[in-house]
Design a protein around this ligand. Structure first.
Ligand code: NAD
Length: 236
């Protein structure tokens, strides 16, 4: 029996990178998956979404629910990354990152979790980052958003775990995806040198942690946790 047989999942940000790898792993484990992304996904049944726009989130959740019947698992993986020292950062850069990386997670949880609570079952997996724990040069906006995701995850877990909905986060270390392609080679080399494993991860190496959190009994005791497939970058 596959680990996610008879489960449905909405993977927000599933058209690329970590979200795409999670969607693939879920399908491989027997789940029915809809991907929601601002980019089109050729690989999956998909619906358009802009996670910064509440109307768009409501419409995407309705469309996904129409296709899946119910949403058993919500993965929030949509995100953006830019670099700027805080002392030079514009309010627009700050606000845009917070809108996608933190408010987007709030909006998707806000419009999916109430039905999970009504049904007395559900799993939410928010993709944070190890930078939300340790911070990063030129990444105050991103690190603040990801620290916010970890705080949101713990708080929502406290609110809904007694009603059958388990909420957790994954805080990956640096992973080879389109998101890090734009980062300078110097930064990447310095980062690699810091990592106990000496290398960035691959999206396929993060996805099994999401499968674990979504599965029964593997994920049953995780509540408000932040799991760290991070090449040893952070050891809480
Ligand atoms: N790659 C890394 O090193 C790394 C490390 C830690 C955490 N993360 C986090 O993992 C998640 C996935 O990142 P990735 O590395 O796979 O990057 P990615 O760029 O490959 O994927 C991000 C996805 O989010 C979507 N997206 C962006 N803005 C959106 C919006 N407003 N509405 C809807 N969709 C939107 C993009 O279209 C894309 O498909 C992000 O939350 C990121 O912050 C990445």
């Amino acid at each position: 029996m596959s680990l996610l047989e008879n489960r449905t999942a909405l993977v927000v940000g599933g058209a690329s990178g970590i979200g795409q790898a999670i969607a693939s792993a879920f399908v491989k484990e027997g789940a029915r998956v809809v991907v929601a992304d601002r980019a089109e996904s050729a690989a999956f049944d998909s619906v358009p979404i802009d996670v910064t726009d509440e109307d768009s989130v409501v419409a995407a959740v309705a469309a996904a629910t129409g296709r899946l019947g119910e949403i058993d698992v919500l993965v929030n993986s949509a995100g953006i990354l830019t670099e700027s020292p805080l002392t030079e950062m514009s309010l627009e850069t700050w606000s845009q990152t917070l809108a996608v990386d933190l408010t987007g997670v709030f909006l998707c949880c806000r419009h999916v979790v109430p039905r999970m609570v009504e049904r007395g079952q559900g799993r939410v997996i928010n993709i944070a980052s190890q930078l939300g724990i340790k911070g990063g040069h030129g990444l105050a906006h991103y690190a603040a958003a990801k620290a916010g995701v970890i705080g949101l995850t713990k708080s929502l877990a406290l609110e809904v775990s007694g009603r059958g909905v388990l909420v957790n986060a994954i805080a990956p270390g640096p992973i080879e995806t389109p998101m890090v392609e734009g980062i300078t080679e110097d930064w990447k080399a310095a980062k690699r040198a810091e990592l106990p494993l000496g290398r960035f991860g691959r999206p396929e190496e993060v996805a099994p942690t999401a499968v674990l959190l979504a599965s029964d009994p593997g994920g049953n005791l995780y509540c408000g946790q932040t799991l760290g497939p991070n090449s040893g970058d952070v050891m809480p």
